[in-house]
Design a protein around this ligand. Structure first.
Ligand code: KG4
Ligand code: ZN
Length: 386
């Protein structure tokens, strides 16, 4: 079989991942070692522990990805690694290992932006399904633990460029899921737990004020549209710290503290709690709160993205990143976009959250363009996507 076999390595946050992808269009292997168990007792990612876990996992994870792909170190054509954004110490583990491999094997090394990776997760899977007729302009919503960003994505002669037309002013959507889950004693990470609990509550039970979720400033409208005098192109910004504060106030005004503490203790005593375990420690009030919170986030994400899509005459929407795994977000987005005749593509759930297949896929156009990294490049925690 012809094509370029790229080994991707990802270590930007709390997942050590390696994958082999052929020519940006065929997933050959995809291995992800999660650190959830390590960080769970702390209710969030502890950067020092994350780096240590990456150090332990990186060699076996890469070996496993090659083994599952039936490849040897020598038979890959290039090595791609996440340069940023992410935790500096964690990124460095993947980068150092990728550099060592590239040097020893005399293979080209490709540095990839993690956010570009999330966008290419969609492209990889669509190509794999045989869908090659992508209509531009493309608008990509990258919605994860660290980002809620809208990008116009364009391709010219194998080179992709991105223009940011909106981002969160404070917390990212995934961060809000994680903080609210922690606040309610539901553990870490919050997204997957809230996703599964929300259908058991009444999403209309708790109303959040628009000001708690909609970003407004002096030039902004309620739909998030912001017009800057220096830049005539409208922006669509998000804000999710207000809803987290609203939930904190709700918890306090409804005397939920002691039941939350009780829940936290009971869940901590269960190894890998299942849905029934979560349901057994959640009363109706908590389930309603969780469902209402998720509904508010989902509607805000969809409303602003579709408003931006209309403004920019978008032909195709991508929704990607960890929060794109959310069931209600996927279903509602598809329904709402269909009403406007707009195709919307998500990665499969395993490729929505962090993985290395997306890094190997995003590296392919750079491989074709001989856009290789120098051996002296370093991690960039705040790397911007352009
Ligand atoms: O993309 P990702 O794996 O890592 C980052 O780049 O941040 O995203 C992780 C985020 C976490 O905040 C997690 O709670 C959220 O994605 N997440 C979800 C779901 N699965 C993961 N949020 C809502 N629903 C989910 N099913
Ligand atoms: Zn990510």
């Amino acid at each position: 079989m012809h094509g370029a076999y790229i080994l991707g390595i990802e270590s930007s946050c709390d997942e050590t991942a390696a994958a082999v992808v052929r020519s940006g269009e065929q997933l050959i292997s995809n291995v992800v070692a999660s650190q959830i168990a390590t960080h769970q007792p702390y209710g969030g990612v502890v950067p020092e522990l994350a780096s240590r876990e990456h150090l332990k996992a990186i060699v076996p994870v890469v070996r496993q990805a090659l083994h599952e792909a039936n490849r040897t170190y020598k038979s890959v054509d290039a090595i791609a690694v996440t340069r940023g954004p992410g935790l500096a110490g964690s990124l460095l583990v993947g980068i150092s290992y990728a550099k060592a491999l590239a040097f020893a094997l005399e293979k080209p090394l490709i540095a990839v932006n993690h956010l570009e990776g999330h966008i290419h997760a969609v492209l990889l899977e669509e190509r794999q399904k045989g869908n090659r007729e992508l209509q531009f302009p493309v608008l990509a919503l990258v919605v994860s633990g660290g980002h809620t960003h809208l990008y116009l994505a364009a391709e010219k002669e194998n080179s992709w460029t991105y223009e940011n037309i909106g981002h969160t002013r404070d917390d990212a959507a995934g961060e809000a899921f994680d903080k609210v889950a922690k606040l309610l004693g539901l553990g870490y990470p919050g997204g997957p737990v809230i996703d599964r609990l929300a259908p058991h509550g009444d999403a209309n039970a708790v109303k959040f004020q628009p000001a708690q979720i909609k970003h407004r400033d002096r030039r902004g409208r309620a739909d998030g549209r912001v017009v800057d005098a220096d830049d005539p192109r409208p922006r669509y910004d998000f804000s999710y710290s207000g809803i987290k504060t609203a939930i904190l106030r709700y918890v306090e005004s409804h005397d939920m503290r002691s039941s939350i503490e009780d829940r936290r203790k009971r869940l901590a005593a269960i190894f890998k709690p299942k849905l029934e375990d979560y349901l057994s420690v959640c009363d109706r009030q908590t389930l309603d709160l969780v469902a209402s919170f998720q509904r508010a986030i989902v509607q805000d994400l969809i409303g602003k993205t579709l408003a931006a899509a209309q403004e920019y005459n978008i032909a195709t929407l991508f929704v990607t990143g960890g929060v794109a795994a959310n069931q209600e977000l996927r279903i509602t987005f598809e329904q709402e976009a269909a009403k406007e005749g707009m195709p919307v593509y998500f990665p499969s759930r395993p490729l929505s959250t962090d993985n290395a297949a997306m890094i190997a896929a995003a590296a392919y156009p750079k491989f074709i363009a001989n856009d290789f990294a120098d051996m002296d490049f370093s991690a960039e925690a705040g790397l911007v996507l352009r």
